[in-house]
Design a binder for this molecule. Structure first.
Ligand SMILES: C[S@@+](CC[C@H](N)C(=O)[O-])C[C@H]1O[C@@H](n2cnc3c(N)ncnc32)[C@H](O)[C@@H]1O
Length: 373
């Protein structure tokens, strides 16, 4: 194990040293973690926010590198933060750009997390398990179980063979044409499920790297001028795991996520007319998402977020007819922003449910409607 550990330590230090010979300062620190310093950091932040990260919580960022996520957090949030990495130069740089004296940037030996037991709401591994052996990765699962608070989430990005863009990266390794030479490790979903079982974490959800799974609150700008709105992806797939502690499994919503047919839209109807300036979507959410678990409802129009509402209510008109508990259906009304669609055009409205646990369900419930003045 020590040999494997020293391999990833050495590989990353060598990688950094060779970049340092070629580039100017900021470029070295961006390239060392894969580039697109600002865009990727923003996507990482938006992913955590979509999973429920809020001010006052604590984030542990393992393999934080030069601070893509830390920098965004320092500008946009009031969270407690620990970043750790195996390359001291990257930690120093990350610390210098964040300017947060109360934050900790700590060296790790490559398999332990320098944080107290049950202290973190979020632990993230962005583009880290892609460079570790499976044994090292599993050690970090055990560490995450130790460091996460009860109910805390572990967020990990990874590469998998069935995602086409990941396959091209694997092919590049086979052909030995990748610009960097360190290990590009792939992880299987059953591996993640097994590591979760054996470390006492519950695997809640996996997002495929080719899907746009991150709702964006603002535009993301890439170095090449490309702009992203609506939803984005890190490119890598992402798994969300939860420390459910000794909570009985029955109390955990087993499959709240993914794309289920979990809601109904009362109005507007399919093919109905909506005003581009003023439109309200009314509907209700199905069991198993019960009202106390729901934080808010979001509406997307052609993939772009156009409205959100925390105002949820009971729907006795539905539950009485079905003779079910009142909390098994949750009503919502969401006012939409300007749809920014030309009069006469159509738009596809989509219901997205955010749970208090931070998890999110993009339901299959959709309505294509016509836009009028
Ligand atoms: C591709 S970079 C990603 C950095 C950062 N998470 C981000 O998204 O910007 C991978 C990082 O993992 C770090 N790393 C490599 N092996 C590690 C290990 N065993 N434990 C912790 N960090 C490690 C590297 O030094 C590097 O900073």
């Amino acid at each position: 194990m020590d040999e494997q550990k020293s391999q990833s330590l050495k590989e990353y230090r060598d990688h950094f040293a060779s970049l340092a010979k070629k580039h100017s300062t900021d470029a070295v620190y961006s390239q060392a973690v894969g580039g697109e310093f600002s865009a990727v950091g923003q996507l990482e932040l938006e992913l955590l926010v979509s999973l429920g990260l809020r001010d006052g919580q604590s984030v542990v960022d393992v393999g934080c590198g030069s601070g893509r996520l830390a920098y965004q957090l320092s500008r946009n949030s009031k969270v407690a933060y620990i970043g750790c990495d195996v390359v001291p130069e990257l930690l120093e740089y990350a610390s210098s750009i964040c300017n947060r004296n109360e934050w900790r940037f700590a060296y790790t030996d490559g398999s332990s997390i320098p944080a107290d037991d049950a202290s973190a709401d979020f632990i993230c591994f962005f583009s880290v398990f892609t460079h570790l052996t499976h044994e090292e990765t599993f050690k970090y699962f055990l560490e995450s179980r130790r460091v996460l608070k009860h109910g805390g989430l572990m967020v990990m990005s990874f590469l998998e063979f069935l995602v086409p863009s990941h396959w091209s990266q694997f092919r590049a390794s086979v052909l030995n044409i990748r610009p960097d030479k360190h290990l590009n490790q792939f992880v299987s979903r059953d591996g993640i499920a097994a590591w979760a079982n054996h470390s006492g974490l519950k695997l809640l959800k996996i997002y495929s790297g080719d899907d746009n799974y991150i709702p964006l609150r603002s535009e993301v700008h890439y170095d090449n001028g490309h702009k992203l709105t609506g939803f984005g992806t890190l490119g890598q797939s992402v798994a969300i795991l939860k420390n459910v502690g000794s909570e009985p499994i029955a109390d955990v919503i087993a499959e709240p996520l993914g794309t289920g047919n979990h809601s109904y839209i009362d109005s507007p109807p399919e093919g109905g007319e909506v005003s581009s300036k003023q439109c309200v979507v009314h509907g209700w959410i199905w069991f198993p998402m019960i009202q106390r678990d729901i934080e808010r409802v979001l509406i997307a129009a052609d993939g772009k977020l156009v409205g959100r509402s925390n105002a949820l209510y009971e729907r006795p008109d539905v539950t009485n007819v079905l003779s079910i508990n009142s909390n098994e259906r949750t009503g919502f009304s969401v006012n939409l922003d300007d749809l920014e669609v030309a009069v006469g055009g159509t738009v596809l409205l989509e219901v997205i449910i955010q749970l208090k646990s931070g998890l999110q369900c993009r339901t299959k419930t959709k309505r294509r409607v016509c836009v009028v003045a």
